[in-house]
Unconditional design. Structure first.
Length: 129
């Protein structure tokens, strides 16, 4: 499958969002990557860039050793989907998370996510990722 130039740019943008905002849990970088009117669908954070800043500040305090490992990125036009392994505390199995971003004019304008805990045992050996 070949991507358009815009899709390549969208993949790069989401990669940068993880590298500069979400992995370091840095609320000071939100304005660079997120539209002020950013629409948030996750029940854990308020909508808008300011809501995301508050969520990240809380997350940084509540789980200072959290890690985010992006396993896969998929792009379809203005949407980028990320499969991410999020571990809040070292040694825990963490969560399998799917983030969906809608992008416009070089910024994230909308976000959805779903997640589930990585279990200690599964009915198969395929793994979560």
């Amino acid at each position: 499958m070949s991507y358009t130039d815009q899709e390549h740019a969208n993949l790069r943008l989401v990669t940068d969002i993880y590298e500069q905002v979400l992995k370091p849990v840095d609320p000071t970088m939100v304005d660079r990557f997120f539209d002020p009117g950013y629409i948030q669908h996750s029940p854990m954070a308020e909508t808008g860039a300011e809501g995301l800043k508050r969520f990240l500040a809380h997350a940084r305090f509540a789980a200072p050793l959290a890690t985010h490992e992006v396993k896969r990125l998929f792009v379809d036009g203005d949407h980028v989907i990320a499969q991410v392994h999020v571990v809040l505390s070292p040694g825990e199995p963490g969560n399998a998370v799917i983030d969906i971003f809608r992008l416009q004019d070089g910024r994230a304008v909308e976000h959805w996510d779903v997640g589930q805990a990585v279990p200690a045992a599964m009915q198969h050996n395929n793994g979560m990722f």
